[in-house]
Structures are given as structure tokens and as C-alpha cells.
Unconditional design. Structure first.
Length: 193
């Protein structure tokens, strides 16, 4: 019996939401330790990342680490004119934020802080579930797959971030799914073949 994508999403989101506050905090700190030893992260200057939501692994400790290392951080904003796409704007400790239609914080539109996606060295992507092959199951909106679909590029390196409990054996894929080049959890770094 094959498990469909929606039931995987539902099961893994429930698992993720059951993590205690203490487990979440510990995982976020362990994630920083994991990421700080990856050469691509050490050498990156322009990093795209998301603000955590819905029980996702907290990215703020890593964002603070990036700022301390003088790295430029960019977070996604729902494209104001092209439905279903993302733009990336610089995020600093003083960037004003507002809630988007999904109640996720994003910077105010400011063309001066916009970063074209192929100028990012790394793009950390949220996910609900992942497998060892680098397949990623997101929330189902397709924003990242759609945004990345037009880019024939070597940059950015696509890295998924997740709790260890979000790993599954096999994610059923669709032709539009864009695979990850690395997946980092608090306990391991997966480099798909």
C-alpha cells in the first residue's frame, strides 16, 4: 500500500508538534553546531533561509550565528504580483516584519534589499518530510519548487532543515519536485547520491 503525500504530511506534522519546548530549543542549538562545521556554510556570504513556523526546527539561533559571522541573510516574501512565487529580501536585526496571508513573518517590500535567487550561495528550505534520496515534501503550496523551476543555476546550494523525526523511507515524488543537495538535522548531515 502506498502512502500518499497528504497522509505523510499529516503524520509528520503531528510528530513535529509533539516535540516539547525543551526538545525544540535543544534541536535548534544542535542545528547551529551541525551547520557551523559545513564548509559551504562557512564559505557562504549570502544565505537564504526561512523563519520557522508550525513546529519547524527553529532557525533563529542559526540566523543569529550568521549575523555574528558577518553573513548576509535573506528570507522569503510572497511575490506581490506573481502568485505562488517567492522573492528573497535581506533580513537584519532591525528589519521591520509583517505577517503574510499564512501568518508567517516577512520583511516589508524594499527593492534595495532584494536579492535575486541566483545570487544566494545557499538556500535553506523548510520541509515537512524528507528521505535519504534528497526528496523533500513541503506544506503543499509549491512555492519553493515553483520559484526554483525557472533557474538553471549552480547556485544556490539547496539544503533542507528538519528534525530527525521528519525522515521517512520514501517520499512519492512528482515531476515538479526539486530535490535537495543536502539535508541537515540536529543529529546528521545527509548528502544524497
Amino acid at each position: 500500500m502506498t502512502i500518499n503525500r497528504d497522509s505523510i504530511r499529516q503524520q509528520i506534522r503531528q510528530k513535529r508538534k509533539k516535540l516539547t519546548k525543551q526538545a525544540q530549543q535543544q534541536a535548534a542549538q544542535q542545528l547551529v553546531q551541525q551547520l557551523a562545521k559545513i564548509s559551504e556554510v562557512i564559505n557562504a556570504q549570502h544565505i537564504g533561509i526561512y523563519l520557522s513556523n508550525d513546529g519547524e526546527l527553529n532557525t533563529m539561533p542559526f540566523i543569529h550565528w550568521c549575523w555574528q559571522q558577518q553573513k548576509n541573510v535573506y528570507i522569503p516574501v510572497l511575490h506581490p504580483f506573481t502568485k505562488g512565487y517567492l522573492l528573497f529580501f535581506q533580513y537584519t536585526p532591525t528589519t521591520p516584519l509583517k505577517n503574510n496571508k499564512f501568518n508567517i513573518k516577512e520583511p516589508l517590500l524594499n527593492i534595495q534589499t532584494l536579492c535575486p535567487i541566483n545570487n544566494l550561495d545557499l538556500l535553506f528550505m523548510p520541509l515537512v518530510a524528507f528521505d535519504n534520496q534528497g526528496n523533500r515534501l513541503g506544506m503543499g503550496g509549491g512555492f519553493y519548487d515553483r520559484t526554483l523551476s525557472n533557474h538553471q543555476m549552480h547556485k544556490p546550494l539547496l539544503i533542507g532543515l528538519a528534525h530527525d523525526c521528519q525522515q521517512v523511507d520514501n517520499i512519492p515524488t512528482e515531476h515538479w519536485d526539486i530535490p535537495l543537495q543536502k539535508i541537515v538535522t540536529p543529529q546528521k548531515i545527509i548528502q544524497p547520491e
